[in-house]
Ligand binder design. Structure first.
Ligand SMILES: NC(=O)c1ccc[n+]([C@@H]2O[C@H](COP(=O)([O-])OP(=O)(O)OC[C@H]3O[C@@H](n4cnc5c(N)ncnc54)[C@H](OP(=O)(O)O)[C@@H]3O)[C@@H](O)[C@H]2O)c1
Length: 358
């Protein structure tokens, strides 16, 4: 099975990429977020120069200060509202490629359309338009979409069903923005309609760059971005920390699939540098299903303190079961990514949070 080329893609577009181990300059949006910071680190380690965009000058300065060895390879630009037309235009000079990670990912909303859906869509339009301006030498854009834009939560898949990059969640825009819909539903819509906006842009504008989208499920693992306190922990890791901190009942997993943020960063960068990745839609996902019960078992096994804090109110020792499979194998094969174990991901995050943030 090969990663699919969405029908939204115009077939005459070239397969672009940027060479590895070069002094090429990559713009990463959302660079001071959980996934974005790992993407920044992966690029720097491979020799790229990186421009991060952030809403917070302070977080940009903190990221730079924590990486003194890359002082001349890393800079930040502040884009406070990336939904406004033209906000990226003055920051594109010299940029060879873009990894667009930024998108609202929080569930404590008051207006789903204004806070989640429109910023996600307009952020995509903004960065793609800036990348397509005359004189731009951008060759490829890699975008962080989500398994939320893939999974059909209303269906009960037949045994053995495998989600691939060819699947789309069937949510309508009307349902996503309906004030009666939960923020989880709205988030699923934000990711679907933002990704569609990107593929539509490629189809209608026929820019000089090609597009790769990555649709990861839950993302866990240690943080590389500035996190001031537990309340500032990103949404997905916050659920794992809740387990360590004694949540009772344990959170319920919305999907059984996951990936470590370090492996996801590798997938982003490989998607940038491999010629054949162009115009494809991938699901980076570990082959190992997860559950918060399994996470609780791991924490109790690994950390003495967790034996007191983690609730006893669950059935331990049960291997996570998934009601469907997710095709993470294509990313392993076509992007050369090796997946970490859930155990390593949980231990690395919880140890870090306990020792440096909590
Ligand atoms: N974590 C997961 O489980 C998961 C799973 C699948 C897909 N994703 C996707 O991965 C991406 C990054 O998420 P994350 O987990 O790293 O969460 P995160 O730490 O909350 O990062 C979100 C990033 O997006 C930026 N952002 C959010 N709203 C913005 C806005 N209105 N204008 C400009 N920038 C905005 C934030 O900028 P600041 O740093 O300046 O605040 C931050 O850097 C998102 O596209 C998310 O949908 C995440």
């Amino acid at each position: 099975m090969s990663a699919p080329k969405p029908s939204y893609y115009h077939p005459s577009a070239p397969n672009n990429c940027i060479p590895a181990n070069s002094s090429r300059y990559v713009l990463v949006t959302g660079a001071t977020g959980f996934i974005g910071a790992h993407v920044v680190d992966n690029l720097l380690a491979k020799g790229f120069s990186v421009r991060g965009s952030t809403r917070s000058a302070k977080k940009g300065e903190q990221m730079k200060a924590a990486r003194p060895q890359y002082a001349d390879k890393l800079d930040f630009v502040v884009v406070e509202d990336f939904t406004k037309t033209g906000v990226f235009d003055s920051f594109m000079e010299g940029i060879d490629a873009v990894i667009h990670v930024a998108s609202p990912f929080f569930l404590d909303t008051t207006n789903n359309e204004q806070e989640l859906i429109l910023p996600a869509i307009n952020g995509v339009k903004s960065i793609l338009s800036a990348s397509a301006k005359p004189g731009s030498k951008i060759q490829r854009i890699v975008m962080t979409s989500s398994f939320a834009s893939v999974v059909d939560v209303s269906s009960t898949p037949a045994p053995g069903f495998v989600y691939t990059g060819a699947n789309w969640n069937p949510l309508t825009y009307e349902t996503a923005v309906d004030p009666a819909s939960t923020s989880v539903i709205a988030y699923r819509g934000s990711k679907k309609f933002a990704e569609l906006a990107a593929w539509d842009f490629i189809k209608t504008e026929k820019p000089q760059f090609d597009l790769v989208t990555l649709c990861p499920p839950m993302v866990f693992g240690p943080v590389a971005h500035p996190v001031a306190d537990i309340a500032s922990l990103n949404e997905s890791n916050a659920s794992l920390w809740l387990v360590a901190d004694g949540a009772d009942p344990l959170p319920g997993a919305r999907v059984p699939a996951w990936i470590d943020a370090r492996d996801l960063a590798e997938a982003h960068v490989q998607a940038l540098i491999r010629p054949d990745a162009g115009a494809k839609r991938f699901i980076p996902a570990s082959p190992e299903p997860f559950s918060y019960e399994y996470a609780a078992d791991i924490m109790k096994e690994e950390f003495e303190w967790a034996r007191d804090s983690v609730t006893a109110n669950y059935k331990g020792g049960v291997k996570p079961q998934a009601s469907y499979e997710v095709d993470g194998a294509t990313v392993a094969r076509e992007l050369g990514v090796t997946y970490r174990s859930f155990q390593d991901s949980v231990i690395d995050l919880i140890k870090q949070v306990k020792e440096t943030i909590a």
